[in-house]
Design a protein around this ligand. Structure first.
Ligand code: ARG
Length: 459
């Protein structure tokens, strides 16, 4: 088959080369962006008198027809035409004849493909921000219902201090808030237009890049044509942010898996988000959070993949750069899939408040509070810490928790103890006493919830 660039060739391309170099099986995802970019480019060419207005109009009509066919799924892409850009140009030839050849005036596939990817990532980044918000809403909803639910807070996965379940959930709200901010911030850089850079050095035609930027709603143009066609840092940035976001999703998933185990039983996932075992009839497996955790690996892989592709490339375009796409698409699709599942999964899970409370009341996570109690009675903290360590040891030896130790026993350790110690040791008291800004005390958690609503409502 004759290639659009076939002029200087005397032989047909080897079939294996066609297959090896072709990107159409993945870059067809850029079809609509490619047409959007071409529409703006050709309109600008017409307005600047670089091609006759009637030719520009014919090309626009042709492109719009192709766009409609693509949306209706009525086109077939061919490996022989290598990539989405050549496929669409070939369709345009078939649609309107030789005038189609004027579309590529003053443009190269190098600035074209970079533009397509900027358009694509701008759209996807905006959509992903919305999906992150849906997860945040689900977290807030569960948090609202659990402002009185006590649970053990952990360090080293050992019970440390009791906290509110709402507080634990909201920790993820803020991680996602920063992910969202990072995504929003990246839009500033995605909004640079590469089109007009030509193959690498600009073009001899009197193009108007400002106009193309305006038509495509870009805030800026790359000021350097080499940079415009060579860098993919906007994709690296997207996958980096995606990697951090997946880290957060993965940690939350890990906790959900732990909490839903028989050992914890803190939450139960809705049946519709679990799967069974082909051999063990009793099993209800948390496959969804496990896969969310697992899929984090591929996003990290995509990041390292693209960093490696780019690290040794001389300016300007090199075919290596075609390898920028699959990792980008995969990251977009992984994030979309993960976030879409996470929101309803959190929303529909059941919280076993009693199990959580039982865990809190049968442990030593109120030990810090006895130390603080003695400090308020005048004992230096280090001394109090040492003393309480001994009391904990005593309690363990006598198979008691701190609320079961008698006043006499307490007094035998220090005369500073009075019977007000028992109120201090109640888990609810322990939690609410942490009333410093950002702490787990209910009053602070309510303030935090209000802040979360305000963020969601963009106040
Ligand atoms: N399919 C190519 C890519 O994705 C488009 C750019 C081709 N440019 C070139 N000079 N061969 O990178």
């Amino acid at each position: 088959m004759k290639k659009l660039w076939g002029g200087r060739f005397t032989k047909e391309t080897n079939k294996l080369v066609d297959e090896f170099t072709s990107s159409i099986h993945f870059d067809q995802r850029l079809a609509l962006e490619d047409i959007e970019g071409s529409l703006a480019h050709v309109q600008m060419l017409g307005e600047c008198g670089i091609i006759p207005a009637e030719d520009a109009d014919a090309i626009i009509i042709g492109l719009e027809k192709i766009e409609k066919k693509i949306i209706e799924g009525k086109v077939e892409f061919a490996v022989e035409h290598e990539d989405i850009h050549m496929n669409i140009e070939k369709m345009l030839h078939d649609e309107i004849g030789p005038v189609a050849g004027k579309l590529h005036t003053g443009r190269s596939r190098n600035d074209q493909v970079a533009t397509d990817m900027h358009l694509y990532l701008r759209r996807k980044t905006t959509e992903i921000i919305k999906l992150v918000e849906e997860v945040q809403k689900a977290i807030v909803r569960q948090a609202e219902e659990n402002v009185d639910t006590l649970m053990p807070g952990y360090t080293h996965l050992q019970r440390a201090q009791p906290i509110l379940f709402a507080h634990h959930l909201l920790a993820y709200f803020w991680m996602l808030e920063r992910d969202k901010e990072r995504l929003e911030d990246s839009l500033k850089r995605i909004n640079w237009l590469p089109l007009g850079a030509g193959a690498l050095a600009g073009t001899t035609f009197p193009i108007n890049r400002e106009r193309t930027a305006e038509l495509l709603h870009f805030d800026k143009m790359y000021p350097n044509s080499l940079d415009a066609v060579s860098d993919r840092d906007f994709i690296l940035e997207f996958i980096s942010i995606g990697s951090i976001l997946m880290t957060h999703i993965s940690r939350l998933s890990e906790e959900i898996i732990l909490w839903s185990s028989q050992e914890f039983q803190f939450i139960e996932l809705d049946d519709s988000f679990c799967t069974g075992s082909s051999i063990m009839p009793q099993k209800k497996n948390p496959d969804v959070p496990e896969l969310l955790r697992g899929k984090t690996g591929r996003v990290y892989g995509n990041l390292i993949g693209l960093l490696t592709v780019l690290k040794g490339l001389p300016l300007a375009y090199n075919k290596d750069m075609q390898e920028d796409k699959e990792g980008m698409f995969d990251t977009v699709e992984t994030l979309e899939g993960s976030l879409s599942l996470l929101a309803p999964m959190i929303d529909s899970m059941t919280v076993n408040q009693d199990k959580m409370y039982a865990a809190v009341s049968q442990d030593f996570s109120n030990a810090t509070d006895i130390a603080d109690y003695l400090v308020t009675k005048g004992l230096p903290f280090r001394q109090a810490h040492e003393l309480i360590g001994k009391i904990v040891l005593f309690a363990i030896e006598h198979q008691k928790f701190l609320l079961d130790v008698t006043l006499e026993e307490y007094k035998s350790f220090s005369p500073l103890f009075g019977d007000d110690i028992y109120a201090v040791l109640q888990p609810k008291h322990v939690v609410d006493a942490r009333n410093s800004y950002g702490g787990t005390g209910k009053q602070q958690v309510l303030i935090q919830l209000q802040l979360a609503y305000d963020n969601l409502n963009h106040k």
